[in-house]
Structure formats: structure tokens, C-alpha cells
Design a protein around this ligand. Structure first.
Ligand code: SF4
Ligand code: SF4
Length: 233
């Protein structure tokens, strides 16, 4: 099954997961918030898995508030210029007003990447939870649609479920994620998971792909700032 043209360029720069969807094959409710225009036929989803992307971001010494987004946008733009210079492409994630309306986990599920972990992130049998969505563009291309890449769901066979017992906020008990309990615990003084989810780090799957501490702390600081800004007092 052919992948994206020059996929090695993206792989080398840490955007090592890519999936091409035909818009006509996507569920209407997933597509509607993206408001595709008549000439837009495909959605290309870019993700990273493992440590390479953060190495690249650090190597460039980016100091902006959102260095991963900035790097991902620039890398995809570079790839487009190299390989599809005539293509009309519109970023729908990140960096667009309302991008939070894009169903990234649903796209990940359709791509085969996403299986739900108790701590609300996606997980698979190879990368564990150490992957994420980095960019999505709508294009006027006619590239071959990607095959589903399903690396397996490790949770059903995980009998001990160490992620659940590692959560000091008891947010994963009872078979559902208690977001309020999680946020409350992260906001507490001296919270051990303010700058990194202990449940996520307790999962043994894909441990060799675990992000560097500096990446974990960078991402957690962003989500903690969001929780602080939106917390009701
Ligand atoms: S520790 Fe087990 S149940 Fe928890 S995310 Fe990892 S594989 Fe799934
Ligand atoms: S951030 Fe803390 S409270 Fe929230 S799920 Fe992870 S370990 Fe539990």
C-alpha cells in the first residue's frame, strides 16, 4: 500500500504517522465542523509517535509558547512545498480558530491509531500512549487513501492495570474517567501529577518510546494552565 510521497521526510522530522482520508468516506458529523469547500477532497492527518519530534523541536531551539505546533506547521508546509507544490491545502489543526471542534480521537480511531486507555488518551500495543496528533490539512489532492494501521489494543489483556492504581486522584476507578477528580487533584498544592500524569507513566506498554521528562512537563504545563483558566471556583 503506497504511503504519502516523500514520507521519509516527515518520518525523519518526527511526524512519523500519516493518514490520508477521502472526505467522502468520513462521517458527516465529523466533517461538518471543518466546513470543507467544493474543491477539498481529502484530509491528511499527521501525528508523532515516540521521541523524535521533541528532539527535532529542541534542536531548533524554539522558544515560542507553542513550539510543537509551530514546528509541526512549518514541517508540513515544507513537505507540501517539496512534494505537492500545486496543492491547495488548508490547516484545520492546529492554529485555526475553533480547532478544538475537530474530532482528533475519532480520526485516530478511523485511522486505527486510537484505542481508549483508562486515562482518556489513546494507546496501542507498540507506542503505548506515547503518540499524539500534530496537524491536519484539507486538500484538493487525489492521493491513495491510507489503509487502517491498527497496532492493537493492549488494555483488555492487561489484568493488573497499573495505570488505575497509580492515579493518586482516584480518577480512573469504577470503569470511567472522572475528569473533575483529575483536575481537582492536579490543581492541589504539591500535586504529584501537576506536571505529568502518573497513570500514563505507569503503563508499561511502549515504555521505550516514553517522552523525555522535558516533553512531559512541557505538555502538562500547557494542560495545567488550561485547567487553571477554566476551573470554576
Ligand atoms: S496499564 Fe494496562 S490498562 Fe492501563 S493503559 Fe496500559 S495497557 Fe491499558
Ligand atoms: S493527571 Fe493525576 S489525577 Fe489525573 S489521571 Fe493522571 S494520575 Fe490521575
Amino acid at each position: 500500500m503506497p504511503g504519502l510521497p516523500d514520507a521519509g521526510f516527515l518520518d525523519e522530522r518526527g511526524l512519523n504517522r500519516q493518514h490520508v482520508f477521502n472526505l467522502a468516506a468520513l462521517p458527516a458529523d465529523l466533517l461538518a465542523p471543518l466546513a470543507p469547500t467544493a474543491h477539498e477532497r481529502q484530509l491528511i492527518l499527521f501525528g508523532h509517535a515516540g521521541r523524535r519530534l521533541w528532539e527535532c523541536v529542541q534542536a531548533e531551539g524554539l522558544t515560542s509558547a507553542h513550539p510543537i505546533d509551530e514546528y509541526s506547521l512549518r514541517t508540513v508546509e515544507h513537505w507540501l512545498r517539496r512534494n505537492l507544490p500545486e496543492t491547495q491545502a488548508r490547516f484545520v489543526f492546529p492554529n485555526t480558530p475553533g480547532h478544538q471542534r475537530i474530532g482528533l480521537q475519532r480520526l485516530g480511531q478511523l485511522a486505527g491509531w486510537h484505542h481508549p486507555a483508562p486515562f482518556m488518551l489513546g494507546v496501542d500495543a507498540k507506542w503505548g500512549s506515547w503518540f499524539a496528533y500534530r496537524a491536519a490539512i484539507l486538500t484538493d489532492t487525489n492521493l491513495p487513501a491510507s489503509a487502517i494501521e491498527d497496532l492493537g489494543h493492549p488494555c483488555p489483556a492487561c489484568t493488573d492495570k497499573p495505570c488505575i492504581s497509580a492515579c493518586p486522584g482516584k480518577a480512573l476507578e469504577g470503569g470511567r474517567f472522572d475528569m473533575a477528580a483529575c483536575h481537582q487533584h492536579r490543581l492541589a498544592d504539591q500535586s504529584p501529577c501537576a506536571l505529568g500524569c502518573l497513570a500514563r507513566q505507569a503503563c508499561p506498554v511502549g515504555a521505550k518510546h516514553r517522552y523525555e521528562d522535558s516533553q512531559i512537563q512541557h505538555s502538562a504545563a500547557g494542560s495545567l494552565a488550561w485547567i487553571r483558566a477554566h476551573a470554576r471556583t
